[in-house]
Design a protein around this ligand. Structure first.
Ligand SMILES: [Zn+2]
Length: 259
């Protein structure tokens, strides 16, 4: 059985410090590949080196919408991003998107940065890893206008069933992680049990979003197996089926250039 963690910040210091052990533990339960999204320009080159040092890691590069102040005037960053996306081992543009959760964010600046990164994804024919909070309708409108033939993943999806359907129609799939392990997360659990399995991929978002039974520890890739197990239970199917279908989807979406 093979599982893929489609979104884990293994390069964040708390995970990076024990990366070999964490990746061995993940591999021991079937999680053989981890997608590591970029967040800040300053970290991109270290992220690239880090992933190149271990076959189990593949990088994506992008500027995260929650760190607008650190991105400053991002003209220079976009030029570097363009160059990084041309590297054959880059699997996606991410983590990019819109986060309108806080009331005082500069929505216009987020939109400008997001659109510029979507255009780069289009030019490089790469999928995107999307971070979307309180902005699904805005993101859907942009994706309808820009059209991304390589699609992408809406990471940690928590929108409505209708929004999920609209992403799927645009060629996107939805990422599910530790949230499904919380009994009170009824909306996400409902989605995880009813969406077409072929439109779902698995993730941890480590070190964030810990599973219910590991609330006091940083989240890490081996937990993808437990996410898969919960989804299998919710759907009344086998763990093997969840693994086979979600892994095939993640591979097809992210690894066409690499593997
Ligand atoms: Zn993330």
């Amino acid at each position: 059985m093979e599982l893929i963690d489609s979104h884990c910040h293994m390069d964040f210091p708390i995970l990076r410090a024990q990366a070999p052990q964490l990746l061995d533990a993940a591999q021991a339960v079937g999680v053989g590949l981890v997608v590591v999204p970029g967040v800040l320009q300053d970290d991109w080159l270290a992220l690239q080196r880090f992933c190149r040092a271990d076959k189990r890691l593949v990088p994506a590069f992008g500027l995260h919408p929650c760190f607008m102040a650190q991105h400053g005037d991002f003209t220079q960053a976009l030029l570097q991003l363009d160059a990084l996306l041309a590297q054959p081992d880059t699997v996606a543009v991410g983590e990019i998107g819109l986060d309108f959760f806080m009331a005082d964010v500069d929505r216009g600046a987020q939109m400008t940065l997001f659109q510029a990164q979507l255009r780069l994804a289009q030019q490089h024919q790469l999928p995107v890893l999307l971070h979307v909070r309180k902005a699904h309708d805005q993101v859907l409108a942009l994706l309808r206008r820009l059209k991304l033939p390589s699609g992408g993943i809406v990471h940690a999806f928590s929108g409505s069933a209708q929004q999920a359907q609209q992403y799927i129609e645009l060629g996107f799939v939805l990422g599910f992680g530790g949230t499904v392990t919380y009994a009170r997360a009824s909306k996400v659990r409902q989605l995880a049990s009813t969406l077409p399995l072929a439109a779902m991929v698995l993730e941890t978002d480590g070190p964030d979003m810990p599973l219910a039974q590991y609330r006091d520890q940083p989240n890490c890739p081996q937990r993808v197996r437990e996410v898969a197990q919960v989804i299998a239970q919710l759907r009344g199917i086998s763990l093997e089926e969840v693994a086979a279908v979600t892994t095939a989807t993640a591979r097809q979406l992210l690894l066409q250039r690499v593997v």
